[in-house]
Design a binder for this molecule. Structure first.
Ligand code: 3ML
Length: 107
């Protein structure tokens, strides 16, 4: 399974409630995107810094998302899809900055 994690920052001037609304729209749209096995987006609620190991100070960011794909062929199909392109166009309207993280299994 290919899994890509994203940190999302809302655009300057967009309220948190408008951002949350657009995240919901984006989530709803994800169900029509071909070859996307699963999409999840969650709002940042709290970022506690009292960690048991040294705190990594990054951000600020407003949401964490993840895309799942069953393999590289599905990922290519997703990239080629016009519905995926329209989804990204919606993304441009409410994602101010995006940090993609391509993850991999331990072994
Ligand atoms: C890639 C993505 C990360 C995310 O949260 O949504 C998708 C599509 C997009 O960026 O619009």
């Amino acid at each position: 399974m290919i899994r890509i994690v994203y940190l999302l920052v809302r655009p300057e001037g967009m309220t948190p409630s408008k951002f949350a609304e657009e995240c919901q729209v984006h989530y709803d749209m994800s169900h029509d995107v071909p070859a996307l096995h699963k999409y999840e987006v969650r709002l940042v609620n709290e970022e506690p810094s009292d960690t048991h190991v040294p705190y990594l100070d990054i951000g600020p960011f407003d949401a964490v998302a993840e895309c799942w794909f069953e393999g590289s062929e599905k990922y290519e199909e997703y990239l080629a899809s016009d519905i995926r392109k329209a989804w990204f166009e919606h993304g441009k309207t409410f994602i101010g900055q995006l940090k993609p993280i391509y993850t991999q299994e331990l072994c």
